[in-house]
Design a protein around this ligand. Structure first.
Ligand SMILES: *Cc1c(COP(=O)(O)O)cnc(C)c1O
Length: 415
């Protein structure tokens, strides 16, 4: 355990490597721009002024600390467990993403940038970044595939209300990948006035480190809150893993504890390539979007098509630090399919009065499975990072799966 004392000093190293993973694999042109961000991050973000300004924003604008909640009814119904939820769904805008967007935008402000830009798929990152831009009075361009613009109309409206410009991308399949390409291209055109704000612990150095550091607040709060409530650390800390930012946020507060750390990847419809987005479970080492990690590949070695009912989780790779924590054995990774995520969605809504995001439902479902499988004498204590609220998913879920009677009946029959 003591080996984790200096963890944050050494991981990543100064080139952004977590063991063999991470780094920066970009063109010399882009690397020069990354250099600027690295330098700014190293100096500015460590200054007392930056730290206290971000702390005040977290408290007065975001509504932090978010509570830890004991899900007593759910725990009783499952038996032999005590489940707790870190309520990131109560963070302003309804998810953990604002934690790093406010940090990135504050850095942009200190660096004298006029505009923050990003891509978005389902629109969650776009909304969080547009919120940060409004707060700091920065311009904001969000690149989005035309197909996604059509599918995610409410989030497009939110971004526009917040003052962001939504830039339609019409190349290729007109979804996330093309939006990433368009955003990088726009960034290269004007790196002086703009800055790219990545949406998870992915991309070239320093983004995986920077986004982790901005999400670390989840783990720090949760460790203290849980200890205050229970008098010890949880047996298991669990979170869903798309790019991996909410998971690394909570894990990073417990690295030097005895708690097991469980990341949960989406199994979607099954194990076949194209039916899931469980990159750490089925992927192999490779470079994508400027960093080295474990990724799902198609037969030509490029990023594979991915699927999950939770669009925030369908990314064909995972942050390099997760690949590293998996190899070292400090964290373990599991999968949950669509059906079990949906069961958790309906059960948590009904039993606890909390409608979770479909992404977060994967972590809840894993906790439910651990509870059902716990044959030990002692109830298992599980802390779930509830990364976001489910309002965004309601229309889709109700039109496809109704009000969940099938899932609730199954849950009731299992006791
Ligand atoms: C975007 C999103 C995720 C996935 O992103 P990570 O970087 O893996 O945390 C998870 N939950 C919610 C609610 C999201 O919006």
């Amino acid at each position: 355990m003591n080996s984790y004392e200096n963890y944050f000093k050494h991981e990543p190293d100064h080139n952004g490597n977590f063991g063999p993973y991470g780094g920066s694999y970009v063109s010399p042109e882009l690397n020069k721009i990354m250099e600027e961000i690295r330098d700014a991050y190293e100096t500015i973000s460590k200054s007392q002024k930056f730290v206290s300004e971000l702390r005040a924003i977290r408290k007065h604008f975001q509504g932090r600390p978010t509570p830890v909640y004991h899900a007593q009814r759910l725990s009783e119904r499952l038996g032999n467990c005590q489940i707790y939820l870190k309520r990131e769904d109560l963070n302003h805008t309804g998810a953990h993403k604002l934690n790093h967007c406010m940090g990135e935008a504050l850095l942009a402000k200190y660096m004298g940038k006029k505009k923050i830009i990003a891509e978005t798929g389902a629109g969650q990152h776009g909304v969080a970044l547009a919120t940060a831009a409004a707060y700091f009075n920065l311009e904001c361009d969000i690149y989005m595939g035309e197909v996604d613009i059509e599918k995610q109309a409410p989030n497009v409206s939110r971004m526009k209300l917040l003052g962001a410009r939504v830039v339609p991308v019409s190349a290729g399949l007109k979804t996330l990948k093309e939006a990433v390409d368009a955003c990088f291209a726009a960034y290269l055109e004007d790196p002086v006035n703009q800055i790219y704000c990545i949406g998870s612990v992915v991309g070239p150095h320093p983004f995986p480190q920077m986004v982790r550091d901005f999400q670390h607040v989840i783990g720090v709060e949760a460790r203290e809150q849980f200890f205050e409530m229970v008098g010890e650390d949880p047996d298991v800390v669990t979170a869903c893993v798309g790019g991996g930012s909410n998971a690394i946020g909570i894990f990073s507060g417990f690295l030097d504890s005895c708690s097991e750390l469980h990341g949960v990847e989406p199994l979607g419809r099954g194990e076949q390539i194209g039916d899931n987005a469980a990159s750490l479970t089925y992927g192999s080492e490779g470079i994508m979007h400027g960093f080295n990690s474990i990724m799902l590949k198609d037969k030509d070695g490029g990023p594979a098509p991915v699927y999950s009912v939770a669009s925030g989780l369908d990314y064909p790779s995972t942050g390099p630090e997760h690949a590293f924590l998996r190899d070292t054995g400090r964290a373990k990774y599991f999968t949950i399919d669509d059906e079990h995520a949906l069961e958790a969605f309906y059960v948590l809504s009904r039993l606890e009065g909390i409608i979770p995001a479909l992404e977060s439902s994967h972590a809840v479902a894993h906790a439910m499975r651990l509870a059902r499988e716990n044959t030990g004498k002692r109830p298992l204590s599980i802390l779930v990072n509830l990364s976001g609220r489910g309002d965004k998913d309601m229309d889709y879920i109700i039109s496809h799966f109704g009000f969940g009677e099938k899932y609730l009946e199954k849950f009731n029959s299992l006791g």
